[in-house]
Design a protein around this ligand. Structure first.
Ligand SMILES: [Zn+2]
Length: 471
């Protein structure tokens, strides 16, 4: 079945067909983190969405080149560097490595390339030079370089491909220097910002004097360097649609002559916002969480990932602690079912069950209908449990069940439960109890069981012998 995705560019569902003639290779760019702080759970919804797209492409047999940039220079970073009195690299490296740790915690596949903006200053300069040569960019009296929307439109390009813009209100030559500005403003945006005293030691030489790049040009330069002037997929949160992504299109299509009928990006996908406990996240409301805040509350990466993957990517999703609790319960249901299958399967090998995988895939083909796909999985868990209860599962079909789950999970990435770390003293007690049982000292065996229970551990008898489980 054809895979349909909602392309923001055409505001419609479109069949996904890669640009490359073999139809196998796919280039995908996701706007990455600005490393001035720990990423919050709203950011993580977008990154997990990007990971879902990547995984589903791979599930369908595409060879994906996944690029995610690291914005390690922008207004916010400069402000923090100034306040923290450290060097730019010292400051950003801390948040950059925290980002990659968090990415692992949420079991996101590592992008193939994670370019840093500060390592691409020369590519950025070359791109701006092209725009200057084409007269689409200009130097303003403050020494900074801006993109001229008027000149761009005048040369036959369309500004406002992702959003509808009102050019009546646009005043020609009006400029914005800030990276963080009024969403509605249609104004010339900064490509290169001339050095000001507040920048401190953060600047690079350029043909136009010392300064630093604007935010939008970073993504145009890095995506085109690594994926070419025209590639398949560009993802980001819906808040980036305008002006960031619109400006990326303008810079890239303004500077590069695309082949006839081609564009900078064929499919633009945008993930919707996240609410926390029914409200927009804010520090003052106390509903602002980084991933680390949630881990400190005792939730695991897989529980958080499971919850982030519950809603359709284009729907606003309400993230709640109740949701996290039910994510935990749902994962336990899956884990229990898989645990039973794996005990039964032993060393048997099995092939994934094709019909259920087809239903799963048909739903994801429909613009990543994830709640439908989870529905298929939970029906499958229920049916499997029923067959298990009726003793209708032999080792071969248990192995087939496990192979089916592996296929589901290659897309969902919730993974297996982390093996519970059992402190050595309790393992020793469990062994002592076994020894007592073997010696037929049931009184002592029972006393040990009680002692373990008092300390929060229960003994569970399994086919592979007794095991400790947190009560
Ligand atoms: Zn970007």
């Amino acid at each position: 079945m054809a895979w349909k995705l909602f392309n923001t560019l055409t505001r419609s569902l479109q069949e996904f067909v890669p640009l490359e003639s073999s139809g196998k290779s796919v280039g995908m760019y996701c706007c990455g983190p600005t490393v001035y702080d720990f990423a919050h759970i709203g950011n993580w919804r977008t990154f997990v969405f990007g990971d879902l797209v990547r995984r589903y492409l791979e599930f369908k047999g595409f060879e994906v080149q996944h690029v995610m940039n690291i914005t390690d220079i922008d207004d916010k970073i400069i402000k923090r560097v100034r306040e923290s009195k450290t060097s730019l690299r010292d400051f950003t490296s801390k948040f950059e490595s925290a980002f990659f740790d968090d990415l692992k915690t949420l079991n996101c596949r590592q992008p193939h390339e994670t370019p840093r903006a500060t390592a691409h200053i020369s590519e950025i300069i070359v791109l701006i030079e092209k725009l200057m040569a084409l007269d689409i960019a200009y130097k303003a009296p403050d020494g900074s370089l801006y993109f001229s929307i008027e000149k761009y439109r005048g040369s036959g390009h369309q500004y406002g491909q992702l959003v509808k813009l009102n050019f009546e209100e646009m005043r020609a030559g009006e400029r914005v220097r800030s990276d963080d500005y009024e969403k509605e403003a249609v104004a010339d945006f900064a490509l290169w910002k001339s050095r000001v005293p507040e920048d401190g030691e953060v600047f690079w030489p350029s043909p136009w004097g010392e300064g630093r790049p604007g935010w939008h040009i970073e993504c145009s330069a890095m995506s085109m360097k690594l994926l070419g002037p025209s590639f398949d997929l560009h993802l980001g949160g819906e808040d980036l649609m305008f002006p960031h992504h619109e400006d990326e299109i303008a810079q890239s299509e303004g500077a590069e002559v695309q082949d006839k009928g081609q564009q900078f990006v064929k499919y633009w996908l945008h993930g919707a916002h996240l609410l926390v406990e029914g409200k927009k996240m804010s520090k003052s409301l106390g509903n602002f969480f980084t991933l680390r805040d949630l881990l400190a509350k005792g939730f695991t990466g897989r529980e958080i990932r499971f919850l982030l993957l519950q809603a359709h990517y284009r729907e606003t999703f309400n993230f709640t602690s109740e949701g996290l609790q039910s994510a935990r319960a749902s994962l336990m249901r899956i884990d229990e079912c898989l645990g039973k299958l794996s005990e039964l399967a032993g060393s048997a090998k099995g092939v994934a069950e094709a019909p259920v995988l087809e239903s799963f895939s048909n739903l994801l083909d429909d613009d990543l209908n994830i709640s439908g796909a989870w529905g298929v999985i939970f029906d499958w868990v229920r049916d499997t449990n029923k067959r298990l209860a009726e003793h209708k599962v032999d080792p071969a079909s248990a192995a087939a069940g496990l192979a089916t789950w592996d296929k589901f999970d290659s897309v969902l990435g919730v993974g297996a439960p982390v093996e519970q770390q059992i402190p050595a003293e309790f393992t020793a007690l469990l062994e002592a109890r076994e020894a007592a049982r073997e010696a037929k000292d049931f009184k002592r065996a029972d006393a040990i069981r009680q002692e373990l229970k008092a300390k929060g551990w229960v003994i569970e008898d399994t086919a592979k012998g007794p095991k400790l489980k947190k009560a």
